[in-house]
Structure formats: structure tokens, C-alpha cells
Design a protein around this ligand. Structure first.
Ligand code: USQ
Length: 382
């Protein structure tokens, strides 16, 4: 299939592009390097050096014999977006082209305005470009489990049936984001649902939990193909950060009591899920919502697993309980359904000690690049 990967320079975007290219799809990646610019602005480099996107595509071509087309441009620019879709005529569009950081979205007015403008602007343009140039293309949108928040009832997979005064109907499951970033993802879902109803688009919205992991089959071919792996307090996600902290000898930064729970997945499972969804598209006029995670852990659970894996390698790690910089429930009910992706064929990679040891070893070989001034959280929600 002809697959357009938007946000193809990011942690998941580049790994996805290589994976889909490896299994035989014709891939075009697009990015405007906003993620890189913001990392520079916050003065935090990713753990592994990441060559420019065109260079990574060239190296991928050398190792795989497969071509990935690269387009540089801003998807909030309508003329650019229209031209991109017109020229490439995608059959599937994977939309990662959003600012993914909750702390960034809570830093100040300028940051939250950028997240709002970028995340909704890209989604809006993509929907219009599909409608005008390739109305049968399947839009695969990265949403987040954080759209649901932590309600005191079971979390369904996107939809809920409501019985009210003797009548029933099906609605989007109630959503309540814990940051402005998460709230933009809720707004995206509403936009998509609106245009699915009006234009009969085919859309899959993936409610993904926090992703961890570094190596994928494709990135192992050459260090230059490694993902853009962040460990700082603004752009890094919790388990990736804990692994880097363990290697650097910094106590693990558990926020609050650490009893908050989330649904996690390995980066290799993100790749599997995306491929399954690309190859099994939603129907026309369907907004299919899948909960994309594999295992639920509390943050203290994760910290103790990292401590124990590190100990196996002779590294002593402490855990530090910090004042929670976020406004979030720390003790809460959490029982989200996740059956649709396993039904499509997902074979989960579980978080084993072996996985953590592999991550720790890989991070150890880049230990000199860890900058400890980026570890402690500086952005506070309140
Ligand atoms: N946390 C810590 N210590 C840390 C970092 C985080 O205890 O050093 C805690 C947070 O308080 C939170 C949980 O770990 O309760 C998850 O935080 P995170 O930074 O790993 O993830 P989050 O900000 O929620 O966002 C990440 C990705 C985002 C994705 C989301 C999925 O950045 O793009 O959408 O995970 S979810 O969390 O399910 O909404």
C-alpha cells in the first residue's frame, strides 16, 4: 500500500516508516522538524545522535534496498498539505504529526497555544486533504489512553452505550484529559467523528498508552537508524526516563506516591499495531477506536522492576518520591478494555526483566551523553 507517515522524524514515526517499508509498503515520510527545534529550545538532546531525516532515509535504503520518500513541510500549511496528498495519493495516512508532550503543553501560554494550533491544525488539514484528494484513504490517528482520564468505571474501547429514561444510544466514551496536550487529542477525536459522519471518511483512532523501548528490528541495522529517544522531564516518557536515570545513578523520579496506573506498551508493539491497522482498514463511514496498550502498571511497579533489572547488572538504584508536579489522581480505579488489537492479531511483547536489561545495556553505551540537569521536572501544572 502507499502509506504516508506524518511526523516521520519522531520517536515512533521513523520506526514506523522503516517497519512498513521493510514489510513491502511504499512509504513517504513528512515532517517539519518542530520536535527537533523544541528540543533545542529546551536545550535537551535525545540520548542517541539522530541524523537528519533525509540521511536516515538514505542509510535505510542502503541497508534494506527499499526507498522511503522524504517530504519536509508544515502540515498546518494548507497549500503544502494539499500538494503532498495530491502528489503521493496515499491509501493509508498515519498521523503522528502532533506535539506529544503533556508537560510541554502545560509550560506556559506560548507552549499551550502552539500545541493547540499544531495538533488541531494538522488534523483539520489532513481531514480536508483526504476528502479533496483521496477520499477512500484510511486515516490512522494516534490518540491517547489519557483521553479517558481515570474514571471510576471500566473504560470501554472508544464507545459506550447509554441507557437514559428507558431509551438507549451509543456515544463516544466520556473523556477528561489530564493536560492541555491530552485535551487536544480529545478535540481531534471530536473533529474526526464529525467528518466521519459528514463525509463518510474511514478512520481508526488509536488510544495509545505510554510507549517504552529503544531497539526495533529495523533500527538494529545501523546506530544511525535508532529512534529519537528522549529522557528529559519535558519530552521523555516515564519508563524510558527511569532506565536512563538508573544508568546515570540518579534516583528514579516517581511523581507523588506513584500509585497512578497506566496501560503501557513496547515500541515493537506500536509497530505491530500500526501494521495490523494499516492492513485491516476501517470501513467507509466508520470511526474505529482501539485501545492500544498491552499491560497496566503503576509507576512504583515500574520503578521496582527497573531497580531489580539494574541490580542484576550490578547497578544499585534508589527511588525518590517527588512532590507530584502534575494534577492527577494518584489512587484511582483503572480497568480499561483492550480487545480489538489482539483480535486483529497483536502478539504482545511483555515487560520482562530481559527487556529492561537490554534497554539498560543499550543506554549504558551512550552514558556519556546523559545530561543530568534535564532529569528533574520543572513544569508544574498548578
Ligand atoms: N511520571 C513519573 N515520573 C516521571 C515521569 C512521569 O512518575 O519521571 C508519571 C506521571 O506523573 C504520569 C505517568 O508517569 O502519571 C505517565 O507519564 P509520562 O510522562 O510517561 O506520560 P504522559 O505525560 O501521560 O504522556 C505520554 C506520551 C504521550 C502519550 C501518553 C499516553 O508523552 O504522547 O499520549 O503517554 S497516556 O499516558 O496513556 O495518556
Amino acid at each position: 500500500m502507499r502509506v504516508l507517515v506524518l511526523g516521520g522524524d519522531g520517536y515512533l514515526g521513523w520506526a514506523t516508516a522503516m517497519h512498513l517499508s521493510a514489510v513491502g509498503h511504499d512509504v513517504c515520510v513528512c515532517d517539519n522538524f518542530l520536535g527537533r527545534k523544541l528540543h533545542q529550545q529546551f536545550d535537551c538532546e535525545p540520548l542517541f545522535p539522530v541524523p537528519q531525516l533525509e540521511e536516515r532515509a538514505r542509510i535505510w535504503g542502503e541497508y534494506s534496498g527499499r526507498h522511503i520518500e522524504v517530504k519536509i513541510g508544515d502540515l498546518t500549511n494548507w497549500a503544502f498539505t494539499l500538494r503532498l496528498f495530491n502528489d503521493f495519493q496515499p491509501e493509508a495516512v498515519i498521523h503522528y504529526a502532533e506535539l506529544p508532550s503533556a508537560p510541554f503543553s502545560m509550560a506556559d501560554q506560548e507552549c499551550s497555544a502552539l500545541v493547540l494550533h499544531n495538533n488541531l491544525g494538522t488534523t483539520h488539514n489532513i481531514v480536508h486533504a483526504v476528502h479533496e484528494t483521496c477520499p477512500h484513504a484510511h486515516i490512522i490517528k494516534l490518540g491517547t489512553m489519557g483521553e479517558y482520564g481515570t474514571p471510576n468505571i471500566d473504560i470501554e474501547e472508544g464507545w459506550i452505550e447509554v441507557a437514559h429514561k428507558g431509551r438507549t444510544d451509543k456515544f463516544l466514551y466520556p473523556r477528561q484529559g489530564g493536560s492541555l496536550y491530552h485535551t487536544t487529542k480529545i478535540m481531534d477525536t471530536d473533529l474526526l467523528w464529525f467528518y466521519v459522519r459528514i463525509w463518510k471518511l474511514r478512520v481508526t483512532d488509536l488510544m495509545q498508552g505510554p510507549v517504552y523501548g529503544i531497539a526495533t528490528k529495523e533500527s538494529q541495522l545501523n546506530p544511525a537508524l535508532m529512534p529519537h529517544f528522549s529522557y528529559d522531564a519535558v519530552f521523555g516518557t516515564v519508563l524510558n526516563r527511569f532506565v536512563v536515570q538508573a544508568v546515570a545513578g540518579i534516583p528514579l523520579t516517581v511523581y507523588g506516591r506513584g500509585t497512578q496506573r497506566r496501560g503501557f506498551l513496547n515500541i515493537n508493539d506500536t509497530l505491530q499495531c500500526i501494521r495490523l491497522v494499516v492492513e485491516n482498514p476501517a470501513a467507509e463511514g466508520e470511526l474505529r477506536i482501539c485501545n492500544q496498550f498491552v499491560e497496566v502498571f503503576s509507576i512504583v511497579d515500574l520503578a521496582s522492576r527497573v531497580v531489580s533489572a539494574a541490580r542484576t547488572l550490578g547497578i544499585d538504584v534508589e527511588v525518590s518520591f517527588l512532590d507530584n508536579p502534575r494534577a492527577e489522581a494518584e489512587t484511582h480505579y483503572y480497568n480499561p478494555t483492550h480487545t480489538k488489537l489482539p483480535e486483529l492479531g497483536l502478539q504482545p511483547h511483555l515487560l520482562t526483566e530481559e527487556t529492561l536489561i537490554e534497554m539498560i545495556k543499550l543506554v549504558q553505551s551512550f552514558r556519556d551523553r546523559i545530561d543530568s540537569k534535564h532529569i528533574l521536572p520543572k513544569v508544574r501544572w498548578q
